[in-house]
Design a protein around this ligand. Sequence first.
Ligand SMILES: Cc1cc2nc3c(=O)[nH]c(=O)nc-3n(C[C@H](O)[C@H](O)[C@H](O)COP(=O)(O)OP(=O)(O)OC[C@H]3O[C@@H](n4cnc5c(N)ncnc54)[C@H](O)[C@@H]3O)c2cc1C
Length: 273
Amino acid sequence: MRTPISSLQLLEPRSLEEALRMLRDEGPLMPLAGCTDVYVNLNFGILPQTRFLNLWRLDELRKIEMRDGALSIGALATYTRMIRSALLRKRLPILAAASREVGGAQIQNRGTLGGNIANASPAGDTLPVLAAADAILVLRSAGGTRRVPFNSFYTGYRKSVARPDELIVAVEVPPVEGRQWFRKVGTRAAQAISKVVMAAVRAPRPRIALGSVAPTVIRLPRTEAALSGGGSVKEARETLAGEIRPIDDLRSTAEYRRRVCQNLLEQFWSETA
Ligand SMILES: Cc1cc2nc3c(=O)[nH]c(=O)nc-3n(C[C@H](O)[C@H](O)[C@H](O)COP(=O)(O)OP(=O)(O)OC[C@H]3O[C@@H](n4cnc5c(N)ncnc54)[C@H](O)[C@@H]3O)c2cc1C
């Protein structure tokens, strides 16, 4: 049953500082960005939270710019904004590629990078990109700012090191050396939840990340080492098969996912040669 709207409370901060004060003093509050994930849960009546913090007006969190040599993407940057950013397309084209494959135009206009990260679905399409790019998350509370490597942000299925009084305010991506590669495999080419997503960087030490195969996004250190050590892609395929333990769910079997991951590895390697 739908959650009755009259039972909900919405706080509307006008600045980031005010939002952080509200989180500290008036919590617990659930942040709302584009609301594309939250609304689905509200519609199904499965959201325990009743008090929300609307971030949508905080334009200071939408910027995509260079900061201290890194690409900085505000947490409220939508997929549409990321696709349209020439700077982002130049520095991290695989994030633009992932954004183009998220939902349809409506979801791309509302859904945000911060929401994709905080929602913490293992099928989030941007997450393998951030893992392969060694991104840094900027978390802020009323008490200060801390930076957390994206690859140590998640601690388990839909669990992370973020505290309830913190917001993700930005994602910082240091320069990525090497050819970038991205591929999403779903039931259809558009409007589909992914069965497997791979993002990778062809560098002397390749960086390979997978989404939708484990409870969280994962990097493949053994497969990366096999390739950087001069092993053939055939050997790396075998290493990969032993390195992952794919999930088995209604979208796909574990065996199918393992095979697709191996094929994607081979495709990445040949297309970036
Ligand atoms: C029809 C449909 C199709 C979709 N297709 C895809 C797809 O192809 N690929 C994909 O990856 N996803 C897809 N999604 C999921 C969703 O659109 C994305 O995860 C989106 O990025 C969520 O962003 P949002 O701003 O709407 O988040 P919201 O719904 O506003 O929030 C999601 C979660 O993040 C938290 N949150 C949001 N912003 C912050 C912040 N700055 N700091 C801390 N916490 C925060 C919220 O409290 C909530 O827990 C789809 C959803 C729908 C409804």
